[in-house]
Ligand binder design. Structure first.
Ligand SMILES: *[C@@H]1O[C@H](CO)[C@@H](O)[C@H](O)[C@H]1NC(C)=O
Ligand SMILES: *[C@@H]1O[C@H](CO)[C@@H](O)[C@H](O)[C@H]1NC(C)=O
Ligand SMILES: *[C@@H]1O[C@H](CO)[C@@H](O)[C@H](O)[C@H]1NC(C)=O
Ligand SMILES: [Zn+2]
Length: 509
């Protein structure tokens, strides 16, 4: 799960021009004709598939994944599965080899794509005589000049700083102070850069700090921080009353371009023109091993994919393990952008499984609605809630607002939805009554931290949700009657929709 949501980070424009090409590895497994296999197996049954999902198997996979994250220790001094790391490369190999071991039940493919990755090594912001506690470098920020501190007067930018005329000439050589809102952070940083500022500080327009990203790198970007509105307020007042404020900004960071890979597995059996698709992200943030986020979803998919091989399917089932989710949904965006319309319409729905075993969990269901999302999204939502209800379990809706890999799908006309157990949100008193755990704490107190390790997963919740994933796969592998046949016109009209605050876990606007 990405932080509260950023904008398009992205696969580069050149990459987006590459033709749709997912090589199929027909060498995995051997011998038997796959159509045959599917025909000889009993048609998948939800209860039977669910019964094959066991906590021990999931936990053993989590231990394995943690050991893989440790492969990054030489380079990062701690376990991580961030894109470009040995831990992430190992994760992709583990997923691919586990699937290849299942013989020719699945057709496997790798989809590599270019991605940008930002690393901030050190940073400091001083406004007047104070160091704002909420100061945070934006994702994909460049370093300050020569990776040295820069000094200058703090200069207030007019309005939202979305227009070149908002930047007074005194911004040249200064540190620009800009209000959040209206346009992406990347636009503000570029305009400040064009006006000659040495660094930029974006202050929030609502309470709290800003965890944002500049998005697709631009040569005009300059070192950019976010700060809370509360901490910016005294300086804004001082500047407005004509006082001068000195500032120091320092960021040592790099933005690197790397190649990373989505792994796709599709049942060889079942109607190849009508698929149910599901995905989880294979990468973690740099800070830690990401066993809950999203080791839990990735491993659930792997276990369901393994158990599904005991059954036949009527519709094809396509599993995806996305890379670069934490950098702004890069892998899933790239995948959807590469899909020609005639491939797009074969995907009857997409189910997102990101963070399934948060330690202070709630059973969260994305509140997808047919009114605003592609038709069928609501039927998927209702499948989840009725499953929890049949088992006497409580559930809660959460906004379907673009924080994970479903985003590219629903923007491109494909019905979608999913479940989660919570990230950095705070559990309410009511939720404590409904789910246990502790009100007032984060659902995942180790969200995006080093402690997101094997101990950071509630196995009870993880098993319950993995069975629900199995139920969703089994249900739609047999019938897609809840989902209207996809039409090419709908693909195009949905593509016009834009304008969310999030695109992944960081804010983009
Ligand atoms: C896909 O990637 C995996 C993991 O890196 C690799 O082992 C496998 O050979 C690749 N398969 C194809 C068809 O390129
Ligand atoms: C569901 O929530 C209610 C309170 O809202 C609680 O009394 C009940 O025990 C919960 N059920 C389960 C299975 O946790
Ligand atoms: C996981 O959740 C269950 C059910 O709420 C609870 O009984 C158990 O103590 C939790 N496990 C851990 C390790 O916190
Ligand atoms: Zn995630």
């Amino acid at each position: 799960m990405i932080l509260s949501k950023p904008i398009l980070l992205a696969a580069t424009a050149a990459a987006l021009r590459t033709p749709f090409q997912v090589p199929i590895d027909s060498t995995a497994g051997s011998g038997t004709d796959v159509g045959d296999i599917n025909g000889k197996l009993p048609l998948v049954d939800s209860e039977k598939l669910q019964a094959l999902i066991k906590g021990d198997a999931l936990l053993a996979r989590a231990e394995k994944l943690y050991a893989i994250a440790q492969l990054s220790e030489d380079e990062y001094n701690h376990p991580t599965r961030v894109i470009g790391s040995e831990g992430h490369i190992g994760t992709i190999e583990y997923i691919y080899s586990s699937l290849a071991a299942l013989g020719n039940y699945y057709k496997l493919s790798n989809q590599s794509f270019p991605a940008v990755s930002g690393n901030v090594f050190e940073s400091r912001l001083v406004l007047g005589h104070s160091v704002p506690a909420t100061a945070q470098p934006m994702g994909l920020t460049p370093a300050t000049a020569n990776k040295e501190p820069v000094y200058g007067p703090l200069v207030l930018v007019a309005d939202d700083g979305c227009d070149a005329v908002d930047y007074p000439s005194s911004v040249a050589g200064a540190i620009a102070l800009i209000q959040r809102g209206t346009c992406p952070f990347g636009t503000k940083s570029a305009l400040a850069g064009q006006a000659g500022a040495r660094a930029a500080v974006v202050y929030n327009n609502e309470p709290g700090g800003v965890s944002g990203t500049l998005g697709t790198p631009s040569p005009d970007h300059i070192a950019t921080f976010g700060v809370s509105s509360e901490e910016a307020a005294p300086f804004i007042d001082a500047l407005k009353s004509g006082e001068s404020v000195d500032a120091i900004a320092y960021i040592d960071a790099e933005v690197v371009s790397i190649s990373t890979t989505n792994v796709i597995a599709q049942t060889a059996g079942g109607d190849q023109d009508n698929c149910v698709m599901l995905g989880a992200h294979s990468d973690s943030v740099e800070a830690g091993p990401g066993i809950n986020d999203d080791g839990s979803g990735s491993l659930t998919l792997l276990e369901v994919a393994k158990q599904l091989t005991k059954f036949g399917v009527k519709n094809c089932v396509r599993f995806a393990w996305w890379a670069g989710e934490e950098e702004g949904l890069l892998g899933s965006d790239y995948y959807v952008a590469q899909l020609p319309a005639k491939e797009n319409v074969k995907i009857r729905l997409f189910m997102d499984y990101d963070m399934l075993g948060s330690p202070n969990y709630a059973f969260q269901v994305y509140d997808a609605r047919d009114k605003v999302n592609p038709k069928g999204s609501q039927a998927l939502r209702d499948l989840y809630t009725s499953w929890y209800e049949r088992r006497g379990l409580n559930w809660t809706y959460i906004p379907f607002d673009g924080r994970s890999d479903y985003d590219g799908f629903i923007r491109n006309g494909i019905p979608g939805g999913g479940i989660a157990t919570g990230a950095e949100g705070i559990k309410t008193d009511e939720e404590e009554k409904a789910f246990g755990g502790r009100a007032g704490d984060w659902y995942d107190p180790c969200y995006h931290q080093l402690c997101d390790d094997v101990g950071n997963v509630n196995v009870t919740a993880w098993v319950i949700n993995s069975r629900l994933v199995a139920h969703s796969v089994a249900t739609y592998a047999v019938s897609l009657e809840d989902f209207p046949e996809r039409k090419l016109e709908e693909v195009r009209s949905a593509m016009a929709e834009t304008g969310w605050k999030y695109h992944g876990h960081k804010l983009v606007v």
